[in-house]
Design a protein around this ligand. Structure first.
Ligand SMILES: [Zn+2]
Ligand SMILES: [Zn+2]
Length: 674
């Protein structure tokens, strides 16, 4: 027996007899309770049962690591297929990958109802308890095909793999086996904590022309506690889903007849957007930005200069061509393909719905000769842009086809770059702070040092990258730098917010740009009397108003701070007698700019409270005899706490203070248990 040398996770090297398994080495290194599902051998993932024939280095893959979870999820997909086959012997398994938060498996079978998942889940747990060993079996091509001769889907995969020169293996657990490269968990008892979440349909290989399959989704966790926590998080995420809350709270509407991915801001949602825009605009003025307005379209030539056309035309709405020209081309028998080519080559012109605001802002910069004394020039616009997202990608407010960016372009000298990047970042910090978004991180995208795709001189890049790093550092939040993540035209800073239930949302960007000033030949006269090239900064730190509002709806679970709440006070009367007083209170509030709704109808006060609670006003103002006689109000908070007999004048003053200071949550009703 020959001896081999294995480098252990702690860096020590031990001598073993060849043929030892990964499991044995890891147990030796980490102890019996190592919690690993598989191993890496010289960086390649292997089953724990894999035997080692030559010297190498080994590491364990714990179940709570990213790779570990992937293996756990994929193994649970196998278990799901085994359970489905036990209950539906006619079904044919096709593919079953691990995905971001769980796993799925697609079956060729008659559609099943959601109710059927319970029994399948029970079967999975039963099979898991049997603790089958999950065994890797290497087969030659013919016996591989023999094993799946009854399943045309698997045969199709096998033939593709063999054609591509790749081999394959099967994994067995009990009598059941699947085509797979592994690795997998060592036995099915690791898969006890599963939950099937939904069933839907999918096409074989994602192709609408092919067979329709049944797709079953599930999640799996290494422990009972982890599964419970994940289910709770999913439940919470469902409650916070901005698509659902957007409807319940009447914030926005999407209408098929208007178009997919095009948001209609209803009056209540528009209030939130306007408040946010006013808030951002206030800080932009403070920071010396100038507001501009530009149209929604621009000529194709503009985008030929900027480089957005024709290169990005797949992600844009098709161009608009003048009516007369269109007719002439049609009369000449021009085909769509020819038309497209004529547009690409620039022989005919047209207009485009703008995919970004930069070219328009650049033309404002270039509309007069600029001197260094005018720089930095900061042009800001809540500019609406249009992108052609694939229909499968569109979702609520967060993936849309038309959106309004909190956009600005800064034209600066090389020396001003660092300060201006810092200024962009400060604004983000102020706004996150006010919205109670304390958990966020920053990613700085730098050049890939081995690539030559970047425009602009290396020294200028080094300076700009340094400015981005320093700006990120100044925030005092976690930040990382990532090589190769810069655009070809400059380094950038991205903001990623983590919400209360741990999900991350990428918001907007601050982006340095050496390219567009070049393409549009922008200049300014320096103090030396010579012409110089300015640097541009694109910044839309919240991405778009649509996306940002979508994230905020989920962040606040629809319970906005008073200043952002669409209707801040709902005034409810106890009886008919209080109608006039309700109108007086409403009038006082409206005069101070408070958004008020009055319900002086015939319903009982209990019924009114239940109805109005659904819209989550900051306060319900309840008026009865006592309030009317004393000229006071009683308040009810969202959580049901109450406070009685506040003098009207002091209530209004306190409310105004809360709104003006943008206090993070309604605070005028103390919680009852304190
Ligand atoms: Zn597999
Ligand atoms: Zn831009």
């Amino acid at each position: 027996m020959s001896m081999i040398h294995i480098t252990l996770p702690d860096g020590n090297v031990n001598e073993y007899a060849s043929g030892i398994t990964c499991a044995e080495v890891i147990t030796d290194a980490l102890g019996k309770k190592h919690g690993c599902l598989a191993a890496t051998v010289d960086g390649v993932q292997r089953d724990l049962s894999h035997s080692i024939e030559s010297s190498c280095s080994i590491d364990g893959i714990p179940s709570d690591s990213e790779h570990g979870m992937h293996i756990l999820r994929h193994s649970a997909a196998h278990l799901l297929a085994q359970a489905v086959m036990a209950l539906y012997p006619g079904a044919l398994p096709t593919i079953g990958p691990a995905i971001d938060r769980g796993f799925y498996y697609d079956f060729a079978m008659e559609p099943i109802a959601h109710d059927a998942l319970k029994a399948i889940e029970k079967k999975m747990q039963e099979l898991a308890r049997k603790n089958f060993t999950v065994e890797r079996v290497e087969l030659d091509q013919d016996s591989l095909k023999d094993h799946f001769s009854h399943n045309p889907y698997k045969l199709e995969i096998i033939n593709d793999k063999l054609e591509a020169g790749d081999g394959s293996t099967i994994y067995k657990q009990g009598e059941w086996y699947d085509l797979c490269l592994g690795p997998h968990v060592p036995n099915t008892s690791r898969l006890m904590f599963v939950k099937l979440t939904s069933v839907s349909s999918a096409y074989w290989r994602g192709d609408q022309e092919r067979e329709q399959l049944v797709r079953i989704y599930g999640i799996v966790e290494p422990t009972k506690e982890a599964l419970k926590a994940t289910l709770q998080r999913m439940e919470e995420a469902k409650k916070r889903d901005h698509r659902k809350l957007g409807k319940d709270l009447q914030l926005f509407h999407i209408d098929e007849e208007v178009g997919q991915g095009l948001i209609l801001w209803t009056p209540r949602g528009a209030v939130i957007r306007q408040e946010l825009q006013d808030f951002i605009a206030h800080h932009l003025r403070r920071q010396g930005y100038s507001q501009v307005f530009t149209p929604h379209i621009g000529k194709l030539d503009l985008y030929r200069t900027s480089g957005h056309f024709p290169y990005y035309q797949d992600s844009q709405y098709p161009p608009l061509v003048e009516r007369d020209l269109m007719k002439k081309l049609a009369d000449e028998g021009c085909t769509c393909g020819e038309l497209s080519n004529l547009m690409k080559s620039g022989e005919i012109d047209g207009y485009m719905l703008k995919p970004m605001n930069c070219p328009h802002h650049i033309k404002i910069y270039a509309s007069q000769a600029r001197s260094y004394r005018q720089l930095p020039l900061r042009l800001a616009e809540f500019g609406t842009v249009y992108r052609w997202e694939q229909s499968g990608e569109i979702s609520g407010m967060t993936r849309v086809r038309g959106f309004t960016q909190d956009d600005a372009h800064l034209f600066v000298t090389e020396d001003q770059l660092a300060d201006e990047v810092l200024g962009c970042i400060e604004l983000v910090q102020i706004i996150f702070e006010k919205l109670g978004m304390h958990d966020y991180r920053v990613r700085v995208g730098l050049r890939d040092p081995d690539s030559s795709k970047y425009v602009g001189e290396p020294e200028r890049w080094a300076k700009a990258e340094d400015a981005c790093r320093k700006a990120a550092q100044s925030l005092g939040v976690p930040w990382t730098e990532e090589e190769g993540e810069a655009a070809f035209y400059g380094p950038k800073i991205d903001f990623v917010v983590r919400d209360v239930i741990g999900r991350e949302w990428q918001l907007g960007t601050v982006q340095v740009d050496y390219n567009l000033p070049e393409r549009f030949d922008l200049t300014y006269k320096g103090s030396d009397g010579e012409l110089h090239r300015p640097v541009m900064i694109h910044r839309a730190p919240f991405g778009s108003m649509e996306r940002f509002c979508g994230v905020l709806i989920e962040h606040f679970a629809g319970r906005f701070p008073t200043w952002l709440t669409p209707t801040q006070c709902h005034i409810l009367t106890i009886s008919e007698k209080h109608k006039a007083y309700a109108e007086t209170v409403a009038q006082h509030l409206r005069e101070r700019g408070v958004r008020v709704e009055v319900d002086d109808g015939d319903d009982t006060i209990g019924k009114k409270i239940r109805t109005h609670r659904q819209l989550q006003p900051a306060y319900m103002v309840i008026l009865g005899d006592g309030e009317m006689e004393q000229h006071t109000v009683s308040l009810r908070s969202r959580s049901g706490d109450q406070i009685a007999d506040l003098p009207l004048a002091s209530f209004i003053n306190d409310l105004m203070e809360e709104i003006d200071n943008k206090v993070s949550q309604p605070s005028l009703v103390p919680p009852e248990n304190t």
